[in-house]
Design a protein around this ligand. Structure first.
Ligand code: SF4
Length: 403
């Protein structure tokens, strides 16, 4: 996340709890929504608003704690702080944190005795019914719980995985009380197709999908979102920052015209869309967490000028934002490279500040996909709808991840 120069609203929440209670309560919103008996939520602090997650009928905060950040395995203070403001939803996955995310969440919940007050979502990288069940069993063990609130197929690409067999498996797991709800996450090039498919399958409770300010004009995706929303599929946005690297000049231009940081503004823009229940955000520092909370508890909407500024920002940075649609570019290359994945790892390196994770993920690709030298990317570049400089980025990936 960028170093912010503006301090007013976002830094109010970085004050001591007493100070925050007074200042934020007065300046932003005052009424806590923490329920009696619910340990999550400090009644003295403004609470992040909540919305109903589609057909689940459950209310969740509009800001969700993304567990893809490193969590302290003994007791994570970021989670504790999130809970105080009503962010009692943790988005985990079997693979996050190199497989340590779920055990860290378990440690936190054991210490705080908050299992019944916290919504846990986790995900399986295995998309076949028996693999899915095995991963779930591992997740339950690592989380030290007997039920997971939402269990997703993680990073789904193949719509055929939403099969009758999977439907039966999900029904059985729900009956056994091991999962309350089911869905999938998706962020590759066929997000619209998958969201549309979810709208047609009554057993899909929720979808977490790549959605951000760059997608407002995407007719196919908007049509799919309308259908999913109408059929009660709870929609959760991820990748709300719209991928970026070396956008600093564009940031500065954006922030000149807004009281919000770009990071806060793009979240507010997502929350403005009432089809979306919540946005998940990887908040790896208390500063980021407090900035996001400040944006969430402030009920004002982005102004027309701020929206225009965001649109300009999107246009200015379009040629730097990979959309993961590698069904377009990969086939244009006469080599088994994985451009979309490699671009994503560059994002982890450049934007998320996770160079080790980026390198590890890249090195887990098949050896042939790591061989980026002597590959001609010109046809792929010509096909890319965003005009991404693919060759330049692949050369950078080779330098960063292989050398
Ligand atoms: S490089 Fe372009 S075509 Fe390839 S995945 Fe990214 S945006 Fe899509």
């Amino acid at each position: 996340m960028e170093k912010d120069k503006k301090l007013s609203r976002r830094e109010m929440l970085s004050l001591s709890s007493a100070g925050a209670a007074t200042l934020v309560g007065a300046a932003l919103v005052g009424k806590a929504e923490a329920k009696p008996g619910n340990k999550a939520g400090d009644a003295a602090l403004p609470q992040v608003p909540r919305r109903v997650l589609g057909k689940t009928g459950q209310t969740i905060p509009i800001l969700l704690f993304g567990g893809a950040v490193g969590l302290d395995p003994r007791f994570d203070p970021k989670l504790a702080e999130a809970m105080r403001f009503g962010v009692n939803y943790i988005d985990a996955a079997d693979c996050y944190g190199g497989g340590t995310c779920e055990t860290s969440v378990a440690s936190f919940l054991k210490r705080t005795k908050m299992r019944d007050d916290v919504w846990i979502t986790s995900k399986s990288d295995r998309h076949d019914p028996s693999g899915f069940k095995r991963t779930l069993a591992t997740s339950l063990r690592k989380l030290r719980t007997n039920r997971i609130d939402m269990y997703y197929l993680h990073a789904l690409q193949d719509a055929d995985r939403l099969s009758k067999d999977m439907e039966r498996t999900v029904a059985q797991l729900k009956k056994e009380g091991k999962i309350r709800f089911f869905g999938f996450s998706c962020h590759h090039g066929n997000v619209a197709e998958l969201v549309q498919r979810a709208s047609e399958l009554p057993w899909i409770d929720s979808v977490m999908f790549r959605y951000n300010f760059r997608k407002y004009g995407d007719k196919e995706l908007n049509k799919a979102m309308d259908a999913a929303h109408k059929s009660g599929v709870g929609l959760i946005a991820m990748k709300t920052q719209g991928s970026e690297y070396s956008f600093r000049d564009a940031w500065r231009k954006f922030q000149k015209n807004s009281k919000w940081t770009k990071h806060q503004a793009v979240l507010k823009a997502v929350w403005d869309d009432k089809r979306i229940t919540a946005a998940v955000s990887a908040m790896d520092t208390l500063g980021k967490l407090r900035q996001n909370i400040a944006a969430a508890v402030d009920k004002s909407k982005l102004s027309a000028a701020e929206y225009q500024s965001l649109e300009r920002y999107a246009a200015d940075t379009r040629a730097m934002a990979c959309d993961g649609c590698d069904h377009i570019c990969n086939p244009k290359v006469d080599a088994p490279v994985q451009i979309g994945d490699t671009m994503r790892y560059l994002m982890y390196h450049d934007v998320y500040g996770e160079p080790d994770k980026a390198k590890t993920l890249f090195r887990s690709l098949p050896q042939v996909a790591q061989n980026l030298s002597s590959v001609d990317f010109r046809a792929a570049e010509a096909a890319c709808p965003h005009g991404i400089k693919i060759a330049e980025n692949m050369a950078r990936a080779a330098k960063l991840f292989i050398a």
